[in-house]
Design a protein around this ligand. Structure first.
Ligand code: PMV
Length: 313
């Protein structure tokens, strides 16, 4: 028997970095997915195949000794086959670029938890989310769980440290053009760089947090009425704050400028330092914005919000 599941990637629309200091962030799932197929096999081996390599190990290995980005899958499979007298074979297929802040690892954990657990029993989305966050902690110890949550439920979500997640009940109809700098980023070191900025510029940072907080409150109203043009202005405004705290660089700045020429607004998504930016468009300026990036030789693709979240087959 085979069990198959897929989960979407995500972008942070607003609030990255400031969310670490208690400000609300807004995330949305995007219609690019990771699909995981799991199958019971004879023996006790766990084997994982993906486009970033493969991993094959016997059961019961210590997670801390495994040095592979595929270890969340091993963690999930190993847990499920305890006392079960079976091995597991796992295949991972992705249309989300990896390691550039688009939630590929969370989508892997969510789709992996669903595909693997459903070989043994029926599971609810809530249980799958809990397993996925546990698995993600094997690679990002301090994950807030925000990415896995939006990958599981889809749509748009607000998140802050104190109140957790709230799904935003609105169906805005915009397109995002995502441009990839192809520079891998380390979220941890950029978060540390922002902390340094904060420590050296306490007053300025506190003002920026107030501004970001007000901006996100405005955004929540604009999302409800699908006011794309005004949302674009907020995106461009948010980018100014990200520039100030030092998470941009020349390449990202150039990409953002290219995007801002034709779209409603463009900004970094995620940690910055590399990774991706996005530009907000609708059908009137989508093609032009895509062409703008392409003619400057930037990798880009367009996405819409994914409202489905985790899907099982
Ligand atoms: O890892 P990324 O690129 O999706 O971004 C992480 C978001 C930050 O706000 C920078 C860090 C965090 O823990 O929220």
């Amino acid at each position: 028997m085979k069990s198959k599941a897929s989960a979407p990637g995500k972008v942070i629309l607003f609030g990255e970095h400031f969310v670490v200091y208690g400000i609300k962030a807004v995330l949305c799932a995007i219609n690019k997915r990771i699909t995981v197929t799991a199958e019971k096999v004879d023996g006790d081996k766990i084997s994982i195949r993906s486009n970033i390599g493969s991993l094959e190990l016997g059961s019961n290995k210590s997670i801390s000794e495994i040095d592979s980005p595929l270890k969340p899958f091993y963690y999930l499979a190993d847990k499920m086959i305890r006392n079960q007298n079976t091995g597991i074979s796992i295949k991972v297929e992705s249309d989300i670029p990896l390691g550039v802040g688009l939630g590929s690892s969370s989508a892997c954990c969510v789709a992996g938890a669903a595909a693997i657990s459903r070989l043994f029993r029926d599971t609810t989305k809530k249980e799958i989310l809990e397993m996925a966050i546990e698995a993600e902690k094997t690679i990002f110890e301090n994950t807030s769980g925000a990415d896995c949550t939006v990958c599981t439920y889809g749509g748009i979500m607000e998140y802050d440290k104190r109140n957790g997640f709230t799904k935003i009940e609105s169906n805005p109809d915009f397109h995002l053009v995502i441009a990839n700098s192809n520079i891998e980023h380390s979220t941890k070191s950029i978060v540390a760089r922002v902390r340094e900025f904060k420590e050296k510029n306490e007053d300025e940072f506190s003002r920026l947090c107030d501004n970001e907080s007000r901006l996100v409150e405005d955004v929540l109203k604009l999302l409800k009425i699908n006011s794309v043009k005004e949302l674009g202005e907020k995106i461009t405004e948010n980018q100014k704050y990200l520039e100030t705290i030092g998470v941009s660089n020349n390449k990202l700045r150039d990409m953002i400028q290219v995007g801002q020429k034709t779209s409603f607004g463009a900004k970094i998504t995620g940690a910055g330092g590399g990774g991706c930016i996005f530009a907000l468009t609708d059908t009137t300026n989508l093609d032009q914005t895509m062409m703008g990036f392409q003619s400057n030789n930037y990798d880009c693709f367009s996405v819409k919000i994914d409202f489905k979240g985790l899907d099982t087959f």
